[in-house]
Design a protein around this ligand. Structure first.
Ligand SMILES: Nc1ncnc2c1ncn2[C@@H]1O[C@H](COP(=O)(O)OP(=O)(O)O)[C@@H](O)[C@H]1O
Ligand SMILES: [Mg+2]
Length: 274
């Protein structure tokens, strides 16, 4: 597989379109156990560049574990993972973010106390731990970086209608607004691919529609998404292809129609209920 990670870097506007059909993000036979429990059991899956790939499956199927493994939060026991043809096994979340792979995180209780704009600036790569030292030795540069980060944060917040709430503590946002902020935080890192774990959980129907429009607009600008989602209307509307995970492995993949009409998929869900 040729390395073409140029497509993963920075600047959504002028990102080159991948010249090959090779997947952007792949997992091959990934295994992850917790104690004796096998959460991922030789899981294999490909996410194509510029797709909105859906991942569905019963509770406990291993969906969130797969994202944690992709994002460098959890180390897999075995198997391989690649991003743009490059092996990403063992990389930390910040290293993966540098390569363009980002997963969103819920606004924690601590982050909820910070304002919307503070949340954005905290996500910015220029706000690294050594900022204090650089401020001592090169205050002008830090100020320039900060005003650039503020301008970027403002542009991103304006795109999702959150700029007028910039000075509001994040905890005061609605469920849907928090999700938009989580995605906007991820965008501060100029990702090529964003992993979203249940983005519409606890979100009103109106805001779910707006989230869907935002995700579609970003995809049209060149971003790739992988989305774990329970809401089948959202899956049907946004995602192609869709992977069905069950008991830690890929049961099948296809369009919504193909997946929804598959007997094995129905059994995987019904088996969980029964
Ligand atoms: N850190 C962990 N420690 C122990 N078990 C875990 C851990 N994370 C996930 N699991 C278990 O792995 C299985 C898959 O979990 P998860 O990936 O969260 O499923 P899903 O997101 O598909 O609902 C579940 O049975 C869960 O209890
Ligand atoms: Mg989950």
């Amino acid at each position: 597989m040729p390395a073409h990670d140029a497509g993963l870097h920075n600047n959504r506007q002028d990102r080159p379109i991948s010249s090959t059909q090779s997947p952007m993000l792949s997992a091959r036979n990934v295994v992850k156990s917790f104690g004796g429990f096998v959460a991922l059991d030789k899981c294999t899956l490909d996410i194509a560049a510029r797709s909105i790939t859906g991942i569905i499956g019963p509770n406990g199927a291993g969906k969130s574990t797969l994202f944690n493994v992709f994002a460098g939060v959890t180390a897999p026991d075995s198997g391989t993972m690649s991003l743009g043809g490059r092996n990403i096994a063992g990389l930390r979340p910040d290293q993966l973010a540098g390569l363009g792979l980002v997963r969103t995180f819920q606004i924690s209780r601590e982050l909820g106390e910070l304002t919307v704009i503070e949340n954005m600036l905290l996500a910015s790569p220029t706000q690294s731990g050594d900022a204090v030292w650089r401020l001592l030795f090169n205050p002008g540069r830090v100020r320039t970086e900060q005003s650039a980060a503020i301008a970027k944060a403002r542009a991103l917040l304006e795109q999702v209608g959150l700029w007028q709430l910039a000075n509001e503590p994040a905890k005061n946002l609605s469920g849907g607004q928090k999700k938009l902020l989580e995605i906007s935080r991820a965008l501060m890192l100029d990702p090529g691919i964003i992993l979203l774990d249940e983005p519409t959980a606890g979100v009103s129907p109106l805001m779910t529609k707006m989230l869907g429009e935002t995700i579609t607009r970003l995809r049209d600008q060149g971003l790739t998404f992988a989305i774990i989602e329970h809401d089948m209307d959202v899956i049907a509307e946004l995602c192609d292809p869709i992977y069905v995970l069950a008991e830690g492995r890929t049961l099948m993949s296809g369009t919504f129609r193909e997946v929804a009409s598959n007997r094995d998929v129905m059994h995987a869900y019904l088996g969980k209920v029964a």
